[in-house]
Design a binder for this molecule. Sequence first.
Ligand code: THU
Length: 138
Amino acid sequence: MTPQQQQTLIDSAIAARGNAYAPYSNFLVGAALLTDNGGVVAGANVENASYGLTLCAERVAAGAAVAAGARGIVAVAVATEGGAAPCGACRQFLNEFGSAMTVLCVDSASGRVTREVLLSELLPESFGPAALGGTRRP
Ligand code: THU
């Protein structure tokens, strides 16, 4: 990932956060993915009156990336107040598309990266496609 790509990811995550639908928690999250074909795809959290149906920003972004044809993710930027790390469910969901991806936690107010870490460090000994024999459908 080039410095320019990293800055684009950060900017995209912060912009997407502005579209978050989070009337219940008021915790706005934006995520932006760099796919292995060089594309950038963003998402935001989408809450629901039936709380448990809430979609996290990372999973919204990953779903959009797959729908756009991507199958590999190189990096993800997650923008929140304070620069929080992705939740456990999102770590697992992202792992499907690249355990070696770089995770950038971004403080939305300053745009600063609070943490840069590999997904494999956030989700050690993960369960992934290889556990199913590597027989992945397209
Ligand atoms: N949330 C995300 O979008 N991503 C995470 O990794 C953690 C949590 C959202 C879900 C909910 O809308 C709000 O943040 C508070 O949990």
